[in-house]
Write a protein that binds this ligand. Structure first.
Ligand SMILES: Cc1ncc(COP(=O)(O)O)c(C=O)c1O
Length: 421
């Protein structure tokens, strides 16, 4: 097995002139757009999508990109052009998916808490499926479908009680987690569907967590769903497909992780005997390594005998993962200076002690004004950004075929206060 990022010649590289994205100098983009800013590589995104897609060969499948990882229009639009489909976690993500060109039949609606208003808007759209999280939610969907004289397509999300062996904050498949319907309750719920003509069961669904770096839990989830699909078929409940969710991890620190081919191979081994098409909902594994967050050093001050604090102009407001989960992201100097490497604690500008972007790092010597790149920031980075401290949402750039374009301008205070009275 090898790390994803080592598999492609496109993306981010560090020739002696400084960090590049698909051959375009990162410093050039940062000078033009300002910092902090996200830079996305279209080529890397494309190659990562295709690696998953091609691993299925001719086995029937659909890749429903998990928009929660990054729902920027430019990215969702690129996935659409590549022949992907969408997994939306709110009615607003459904709206963005449709603006990006997806038809309702290409969208699954997931999420542990869909409000009455969201369901009232979603049911009439005729989505590929609403992935149902509880008996109560199923009742609410049924009532809306009945009122409209429609048949709603639903998938039941089953909680298989499988440990994803990921960070507890992003593990979702254990009994103690809020997600899905426990197995026995799911069986009972599915049995009620025979007498509910406003609902049609199209699939069963699992999603056991995110940033899963070993194959066993993913294989276990696939075996579980295949077994349950067979059991339902024998009980006279045929399905259209099985939905195995997302969760494939990426290498944030360079250690090897599961390759797409090995992942898809494990899914195929488990599901092939059912003959059912496979839906997956990958997010991080497609977009995670395809973007960097570029920041400028705004201050350097002594920390202890061996290291300094480096204050950069990006922090938990632009990339919350380190503060939220203690997540690790590599930090690279965009144009390394000559001289002995130094020890640094990279911290953000936000008024919280948890606003640390990288602890105990060793890099080329830095000076105020230098640029640094925070790697693998494409998933759950921009999507979780906030206006805390009235910091504007950062601009986004997409590099494609040797040129770059601004896909989101920097937010202004005018933008923010326009919503206020
Ligand atoms: C239901 C569901 N599907 C898909 C995903 C995407 O997961 P990942 O980005 O790890 O592939 C998530 C995120 O946790 C999710 O909750």
């Amino acid at each position: 097995m090898i790390a994803f990022s080592a598999m492609t010649s496109t993306g981010f590289s560090q020739p002696h002139t400084g960090l590049e994205c698909d051959g375009v100098a990162v410093a050039e983009i940062a000078e033009a757009v300002g910092t902090p800013l996200y830079i996305n590589s279209a080529a890397l995104l494309r190659s990562r999508f295709l690696a998953l897609e091609q691993a299925f060969g001719d086995y029937p499948h659909a890749l429903h990109y998990a928009m929660k990882a990054n729902s920027m229009l430019a990215i969702v639009g690129l996935i659409q052009q590549l022949g992907g489909a969408a997994d939306a976690n709110s009615i607003w993500e459904i709206d963005v998916a449709r603006r990006a060109g997806f038809l309702p039949k290409d969208i699954v609606f997931t999420g542990v808490g869909k409000s009455g208003d969201e369901l009232a808007q979603a049911v009439p759209l005729g989505l590929k499926a609403i992935n149902v999280e509880s008996a109560g939610e199923l009742d609410r969907i049924e009532a809306i479908a009945k009122r409209l004289g429609q048949v709603a397509r639903v998938a039941v999300r089953v909680n298989p009680d499988i440990d994803a062996k990921s960070h507890p904050h992003i593990s979702t498949g254990l009994k103690i987690n809020k997600f899905g319907v426990p197995v026995d309750a799911a069986r009972e719920l599915i049995a009620t569907l025979r007498e509910r003509p406003s609902l049609t069961l199209v699939a069963i669904h699992v999603h056991i967590g995110s940033q899963i770096t070993s194959l066993d839990p993913l294989r276990g989830a696939a075996a579980f769903i295949a077994g349950m699909a067979m059991e339902l078929r024998h009980g006279g409940v045929p399905l259209e497909y099985v939905d195995i969710g997302g969760g494939l991890g990426i290498s944030y620190d360079g250690t090897p992780v599961v390759e797409p081919a090995a992942y898809v191979g494990a899914l195929l081994d488990a599901v092939r005997p059912t003959g059912l098409p496979i839906v997956i909902e990958p997010g991080r594994s497609i977009v995670g390594p395809a973007a960097i967050l570029v920041a400028r050093v705004i201050d350097i001050k002594p920390r202890n005998a061996v290291s300094d604090f480096v204050v950069i102009d990006a922090g938990m407001t632009e990339l919350m993962r380190p503060a939220l989960y203690g997540a690790f992201h590599r930090i690279e100097v965009v144009r390394p200076r000559a001289g002995a490497e130094r020890h640094y604690e990279f911290v953000g500008p936000v008024c919280e002690s948890s606003d640390v972007v990288g602890r105990d790092r060793v890099t080329a010597p830095l000076e105020v004004g230098d640029l640094v790149a925070i790697r693998d920031a494409g998933a759950y980075g921009s999507a979780m950004a906030s206006n805390y401290n009235r910091r504007p949402l950062p601009p986004e750039v997409m590099v494609s075929a040797g040129t770059w374009r601004l896909t989101r301008r920097r937010q202004t205070v005018d933008d923010m206060v326009a919503l206020e009275g």
